[in-house]
Design a protein. Sequence first.
Length: 87
Amino acid sequence: VHFSNPKVQASIAANTYVISGPNETKPLTDLLPGIMNQLGPDNIDHLKQIADNISNSNNVSIASKPNINDDEEVPDLIENFEDVSKL
């Protein structure tokens, strides 16, 4: 989510923060050029490591993704819970 003119509100006591304003959903590839200008050389190396880790984990997760049709069957309802609640 990208905020073009964000407003930040905070309640430190409740550990709650709100970011509001005009927003739109953009892919990370569209936002990356603006992010790269703000990073130093150490952060760019760290970003490359994160990208490699994500790439490797996506390859593993795609191969190990379970089949959607392998779900267990839901058992039939045996009792009427409304009758039990009236006791």
